[in-house]
Design a protein around this ligand. Structure first.
Ligand code: AHM
Ligand code: MG
Length: 357
């Protein structure tokens, strides 16, 4: 073998090895360019989330074979929704991985009415983890993709009533956010405010390995993702937007019933996801603190935008832990297009009121 061949082989080994060693915890430290205590904390938090993701992924991958993985528990959660066994399992997994971690004093999730305290962590655990353990759980029993969504915030108060009141802050305050997509492969996509990065779980290593760095969402994309079964329950503005995409070439509908998968597609290919308010639920379905805000943080970090229709989503301040909010999220130009229909409707309404007064 010529010297140049040996050198290039060594280079490609180096590259492959270096890539395989870019685990999540190492990546966080690289991003922050620091080994200081805050960087170490964030790195440790992300590796715990990765461990939760691996445990959930393992159970999902065998869900049809093991006892007690599929179906409902028979309980109704604080949202008034039937709880799936996998919701409960995944909720417990996040609690278990953060116990005795010294990292988070409190966890809050879709499945728990009040925040869950880990008193032994509280003297030193300065963070709160907000999460949706299994997002899109209607997909679990039919073996389609689901996700987990997470957000890390600084704990900024004592929270004596244990209502999580100190969390009622805009989404800009998130320190980190992301999701895990349990699809054909398991991916973890995260941001700590330094861009958006994707990791793929290599089952042979049991590690999340960096697979895409600094992801940028296209400015415009072909996908619109919305549950059109709610068409007659929407405001006229959302109906007008839908009519617009029906009448113009270049749009395609994609909706999986699992937000994380739909957002992942839009992050990579561009487009817009909407869950607007309906007659029955004027605030829509999605919860601000542990669904919409983390995804908005991530999509903005990738150069996209997110809105409630009335304000930037990251400016929205909740008044309670499980608050819902309408969500329009994705490529900048597509979100702006939806907003333009909403603005037009509110101008028309204003004119009508003025004419009648
Ligand atoms: P979940 O967290 O209880 O599963 O609910 C959230 C999910 C989202 O993943 C998805 O976009 C939406 O609910 C689907 O709702 P619908 O069936 O009303 O379209
Ligand atoms: Mg959810």
């Amino acid at each position: 073998m010529a010297d140049s061949d040996t050198a290039s082989l060594e280079l490609s080994y180096d590259y492959a090895l270096d890539r395989d060693c870019t685990t999540l915890s190492r990546h966080v430290l690289q991003q922050l360019q620091s080994f200081g205590p805050d960087a170490q904390d964030l790195s440790a938090l992300m590796s715990r989330i990765a461990l939760a993701a691996k445990l959930i992924s393992r159970r999902l991958s065998r869900a049809g074979l093991v006892e007690g993985a599929l179906g409902f528990t028979g309980d109704i959660n604080v949202q008034g929704e039937a709880v799936k066994k996998m919701d409960l399992f995944a909720n417990e997994v996040f609690i278990a991985v953060f116990k005795q971690s010294g990292l988070v004093c409190r966890l809050a999730s879709e499945e728990m009415e009040k925040p869950y305290y880990i008193p032994e962590n509280c003297p030193i655990g300065r963070y709160t983890l907000l999460y949706d353990p299994i997002d899109g759980s209607s997909n679990v029993d039919i073996n389609l993709n689901v996700g987990s969504i997470f957000s890390i915030r600084q704990q900024s108060g004592d929270d004596p009533d244990q209502t999580g009141a100190d969390l009622f802050q805009p989404g800009h305050r998130q320190l980190a956010a992301g999701y895990v997509l349990y699809g054909p492969s398991t991916m973890l996509v995260y941001s700590i405010g330094t861009g958006v990065h994707a990791f793929t779980l290599d089952p042979s290593l049991g590690e999340f390995i960096l697979s895409a760095e600094n992801i940028q969402i296209p400015k415009h994309g072909p996908v619109y993702s919305v549950n059109e079964g709610n068409f007659w329950q929407w405001d006229e503005a959302i109906r007008d937007f839908t009519r617009y995409v029906h009448r113009h070439e270049g749009y395609t509908a994609r909706y999986s019933g699992a937000l994380v998968g739909d957002i992942h597609r839009i992050l990579l290919q561009g487009g817009v996801f909407l869950y607007p308010g309906t007659l029955k639920d004027p605030e829509g379905k999605l919860r601000l603190l542990y669904e919409s805000a983390p995804l908005a943080f991530l999509i903005e970090q990738a150069g996209g935008s997110a809105s409630t229709g009335l304000q930037p989503l990251l400016d929205a301040i909740p008044t309670h832990l499980h608050q819902r909010t309408p969500l329009i999220i994705g490529s900048k130009e597509d979100v702006a297009l939806v907003e333009s229909f909403i603005q037009e409707q509110s101008l028309n309404e204003r004119d009508r009121v003025m004419l009648n007064s």
